[in-house]
Design a protein around this ligand. Structure first.
Ligand code: NDP
Ligand code: MG
Length: 390
């Protein structure tokens, strides 16, 4: 019997998740067809991908293609959209069944909303979408009858643990964290941490922003908020546990005392494939976990003093309204400054905290109010970072 083909639009195709998504497409070429791709500035890689996957539409959000690049896209029959709003326009215009959102940062929010308004399902890597506007996103998904399947490995694990379960029986979500490259560092050492040291993640190879988020542990804070919205659980029911080996990707504890965990090698292609093929689980030849070669699995409590960003995120999650959007945008701006070597590692959390303390929270924000909070927080960080350095 001929399998039906799923049409994919992949946003952030040139990034770590995007490239891995296309790797999954190559392996399952008989069931997927790529109809649209986007990049920020990596036009040459996008052209290579267009040659291979033959999309009809492409979006370039942060650069203008040269005349030669335009000619090459035209030769391939690809219509090119440009400008910061081009991923959202792509999500509005392209012909697809599933949007894979692998953009980094709050730039992924509007494309998510565009897809949901068109009743399209989502495979979501862009956690910032949910951190910024979880309430609007989840209600748009409900109203338009769309599924959002997480790509983030922890949330994919929780999603899998919850298959066939009654959500009322969730006692606790146990979100595992590797602890990042600075898990054992003292505050004094963290004060001197360099960009190179922060970019060396022990278990995962990822884009720069999420790698820095893992070093500050803001990534886990963002993931608490992501889990709160995806699984409709209060923050108090989400426990963070450090598990440096990254073999258990997360767990769910149920009301009868039973705990389910999802395990596997740390390989993002596994949760990406599941999100893209769901509700089916298809086979793969990705590396297997051999229990006999696992030396140990250890667990620790997170340290909220050394990893202040984690405490800030849990408070922002409880405050709600625009607080998580402010936190997320301040984090993006501060991580950018750290990567440009304009601030020190510990200044990242400091700037986020100051932004949250300064910018007034709007409760039940509209889409425009969320975007405004995002702009305000970025501007605040860029204007105030020099004061913090004094
Ligand atoms: P990368 O930085 O590797 O890739 C990001 C992608 O988004 C690239 O295609 C990039 O284009 C594009 N992009 C960057 N900025 C913008 C913008 N302003 N507008 C439109 N497009 C933009 O990130 P990752 O793949 O690591 O992460 C993507 C998302 O997935 C993040 O939200 C991250 O938190 C999440 N995630 C990632 C994991 C991983 O293993 N990498 C694991 C779990 C979640 P260009 O190539 O030109 O820069
Ligand atoms: Mg994760």
């Amino acid at each position: 019997m001929k399998k039906s083909v799923k049409k994919l639009a992949i946003l952030g195709a040139t990034g770590s998740i995007g490239v891995n998504s296309l790797h999954v497409v190559e392996k399952l070429a008989d069931i997927f067809q790529v109809t649209a791709l986007s990049t920020h500035v990596n036009i040459d890689l996008l052209l290579d991908q267009a040659r291979k996957f033959r999309p009809r539409l492409a979006a370039i959000a942060g650069a203008e293609p040269t005349a030669e690049q335009r000619r090459l896209f035209e030769q391939l029959g690809v219509t090119v959209l440009t400008g910061p709003d081009s991923p959202a326009r792509l999500a509005e215009l392209a012909d697809y069944d599933l949007l894979v959102n692998a953009i980094v940062g709050s730039a992924g929010f509007l494309p998510t909303m565009s897809a949901l308004q068109r009743h399209k399902d989502l495979a979501l890597a862009n956690k910032e979408t949910l951190v910024m506007g979880g309430e609007l996103v989840m209600s748009a998904a409900r109203d338009n009858n769309c599924s959002i399947v997480p790509i983030d490995s922890e949330h994919s694990a929780i999603f899998q643990c919850l298959m066939g379960e009654n959500p009322q029986t969730i006692e606790k979500i146990i979100l595992t964290a590797s602890g990042g490259p600075f898990r054992t560092w003292s505050l004094e050492q963290l004060r001197q941490a360099t960009v190179e040291q922060a970019l060396k993640h022990p278990n995962w190879s990822m884009g720069n922003k999420i790698t820095i988020d893992s070093a500050t542990m803001m990534n886990k804070g963002l993931e608490v908020i992501e889990a709160k919205w995806l699984f409709n659980v209060p923050v108090d029911k989400i426990q963070i546990v450090i598990h440096p080996q990254s073999l258990i990707h997360s767990m769910v504890a149920f009301s009868d005392g039973s705990i389910k965990a999802q395990l596997g090698q740390p390989d993002m292609r596994v949760p990406i494939q599941l999100a893209m093929t769901w509700p089916e689980r298809l086979g793969s030849d990705f590396p297997r976990l051999d229990f006999c070669s696992v030396k140990s699995m250890t667990f620790e409590e997170p340290d909220l003093t050394r990893f202040r960003a984690l405490a800030i995120a849990c408070t922002a999650a409880k405050t709600g309204g625009t607080a998580p959007a402010v936190m997320n945008a301040a984090n993006e701006a501060a991580v950018g400054l750290f990567l440009e070597r304009k601030i020190k590692f510990l200044n990242i959390a400091e700037l986020i905290d100051t932004a949250i303390q300064t910018i007034a929270v709007v409760t039940s924000p509209s889409q425009e109010e969320l975007l405004q909070a995002d702009r305000q927080a970025r501007a605040f960080v860029l204007q105030h970072y020099s004061h913090i350095l004094r």
